[in-house]
Design a protein around this ligand. Structure first.
Ligand SMILES: NC(=O)c1ccc[n+]([C@@H]2O[C@H](COP(=O)([O-])OP(=O)(O)OC[C@H]3O[C@@H](n4cnc5c(N)ncnc54)[C@H](O)[C@@H]3O)[C@@H](O)[C@H]2O)c1
Length: 254
């Protein structure tokens, strides 16, 4: 039984009840954590707020990581309310559709830079803001995909972006280790979420995973949540810089 009671956790990336971040937030809440949740914009708020309220989140805040000062204001409000932070989940990604639809070779300079900023560097910025608030140590968690390490057809420019995210997590783990701040990456198998629906022919990726994964099934957000809760808990005190697959075993046969 994972115990997160007494811990304050930030969850960035809930869009709706299918979001991987929501599966993680449910597991954090079940384990007793006090959560802070963010939503992208006014349009997203009406979907996210009821879900976050259902998990007893006391702070439910707007955060578009592209907006200057948005992340800073989230961390300032957490500092004001709780005076510290124990863990943070970064479960966001974005690439302009036109760049995602084609080959990596044809991606635009601006589209690639934007995907990298939202999907990768925002995690670095989050960790930098979290660091002074994690005086007794802490845990940072982000979400990648198998396309970071192997070429997955139709994953296009997100492959190199996720590779950068995984590498960044390793460097961050090294840089923050002395402060007992652990940095880990989850790598879920394909699951139907809003972000995934932007990937061309995503249904084929899912069908392939069911056919070839050792368990012949898709992992779900609850599977990811269970691993996320473990990784931010004290039980994972010696685990940092890892990429942990939650994909019903697909990566061992793909
Ligand atoms: N669904 C899958 O098959 C799958 C598999 C492996 C990894 N992932 C990764 O999981 C993570 C979560 O995605 P998901 O599948 O749960 O989809 P989702 O659509 O539910 O979540 C994506 C989130 O990113 C947020 N976001 C996008 N741009 C943002 C910005 N500028 N500022 C702040 N937030 C922003 C959205 O608001 C949304 O909450 C992503 O990193 C994705 O690449 C997904």
């Amino acid at each position: 039984m994972i115990d997160l009671s007494g811990k304050i956790g930030l969850v960035v990336g809930i869009a709706n009840e299918h979001s991987i971040a929501y599966g993680c937030a449910q597991a954090f809440h079940r384990a007793g954590a006090q959560l802070v949740a963010t939503y992208l914009n006014d349009k997203a708020e009406k979907f996210v707020r009821p879900l976050a309220e259902g998990l007893d989140a006391e702070l439910i805040l707007p955060c578009d990581v592209e907006q200057p000062g948005a992340l800073e204001s989230v961390f300032a409000l957490i500092q004001e309310r709780y005076g510290r932070l124990d863990f943070a989940l970064h479960s966001i990604a974005y690439a302009p559709k036109v760049d995602l639809d084609g080959r990596l070779l044809d991606s635009s300079r601006d589209g690639f830079a934007r995907a990298m900023d939202i999907s990768c560097h925002s995690f670095v910025r989050m960790a930098r803001l979290a660091e002074p608030m994690m005086e007794d140590g802490g845990a940072m968690l982000t979400v990648s995909y198998y396309g970071a390490e192997k070429v997955v057809e139709r994953y296009g420019l997100m492959g190199p972006v996720k590779a950068a995210l995984e590498s960044a997590a390793r460097y961050m783990a090294s840089e923050m280790g002395r402060r007992k701040i652990r940095v880990n990456v989850l790598s879920p198998g394909p699951m139907l979420t809003r972000a995934a629906s932007g990937i061309p022919e995503f249904n084929l990726l899912m069908a392939d995973a069911v056919e070839r994964a050792p368990e012949h099934r898709l992992a779900g957000i609850a599977d990811v949540g269970a691993m996320a809760a473990f990784l931010v808990s004290d039980s994972a005190a010696a685990i940092t810089g890892n990429v942990t697959f939650v994909d019903a075993g697909y990566h061992v046969v793909a």
